[in-house]
Design a protein around this ligand. Structure first.
Ligand code: GLP
Length: 259
């Protein structure tokens, strides 16, 4: 696991945009996209690079992590709509290649299976962006999720519904069920990049990076990933025990064999 501690959220967004740019320039075909507030500055930076620097997404596909059950794609709080409004409508990635579970499907469990098979056949995801919930979830894999889970229907915790209520008119409107890529699905991505900023994420980040591998902190599954990068600002890093070590690793990254 590589941990990048940077001063401010802006710096984190640039670092993550750099990782995406490198992956695209190295021939990535499939992006894994996340919703929530954490990736917004990353998307703004990638849009800017598309506009100003000619970064092209024309040959790429994108898979979403998750979706609310009961919200069709036109609903203002649907993740499909979110990703189009905040990212893919502003770049040259073809709209029909932005793929996610259909929250409006009549049979959500069958839809989860369809999406799982789609990722298996069109994947693997080359680079997967992740945020983290305050309870350690990634995607919508709540604590107690199987570390090997496929795409499936999950029930949200009260905490996650409260955390996400800001995107809805009221708490009652936040759906109870979601379709999410599983922790096993996320693990199939070639590279995983988690971005977290702010003090309110510090406990979850510490549990994910330095806690035990445990279904109680779903993001801890990234400890098993061969190429996981955790990008955090000072506030989100504040509860990490090995902060100094992570800074040293970064400072001496380019001196391997020279000291
Ligand atoms: C939601 C999403 C996650 C996201 C999390 C954190 O629950 N399903 O993918 O990581 O929120 O959101 P935020 O970045 O807004 O804190």
């Amino acid at each position: 696991m590589e941990v990048l501690i940077l001063p401010e959220p802006d710096d984190c967004a640039i670092a993550v945009a750099d990782l995406f740019t490198e992956a695209i320039e190295a021939g990535a075909r499939v992006l894994g996209l996340a919703t929530g507030s954490s990736p917004l500055q990353v998307y703004a930076e990638l849009i800017r690079r598309h506009r100003d620097d000619g970064l092209s997404f024309a040959h790429l596909s994108a898979f979403l992590l998750d979706e609310y059950v009961g919200l069709d794609r036109s609903h203002p709080a649907s993740y499909d709509r979110f990703i189009r409004e905040h990212f893919t409508d502003h770049i040259d990635l073809p709209a029909e290649r932005v793929l996610g579970p259909d929250g409006g499907a009549r049979d959500p469990r069958a839809e989860a299976t369809r999406y799982d098979e789609l990722i298996a056949s069109e994947g693997p995801v080359d680079i997967q962006l992740l945020g983290i919930g305050t309870n350690g979830h990634i995607g919508f894999n709540e604590p107690s999720s199987s570390l090997a889970s496929p795409v499936r229907v999950k029930t949200l915790t009260d905490q996650t519904r409260q955390d996400n209520a800001r995107f809805f008119a009221s708490l009652e409107e936040v759906p109870r069920h979601v379709i999410t890529q599983g922790l096993g699905t996320i693990g199939t991505a070639r590279q995983a990049v988690l971005i977290a900023t702010g003090e309110h994420k510090a406990a979850a980040v510490a549990a994910a990076v330095e806690g035990p591998l445990s279904a109680m902190c779903p993001a801890s599954v990234l400890q098993l990933h061969p190429r996981a990068v955790i990008v955090v600002d000072e506030a989100a890093a504040s509860r990490l025990q090995l902060q100094d070590y992570y800074r040293q690793v970064r400072a001496h990254k380019d001196t391997v064999g020279r000291s």
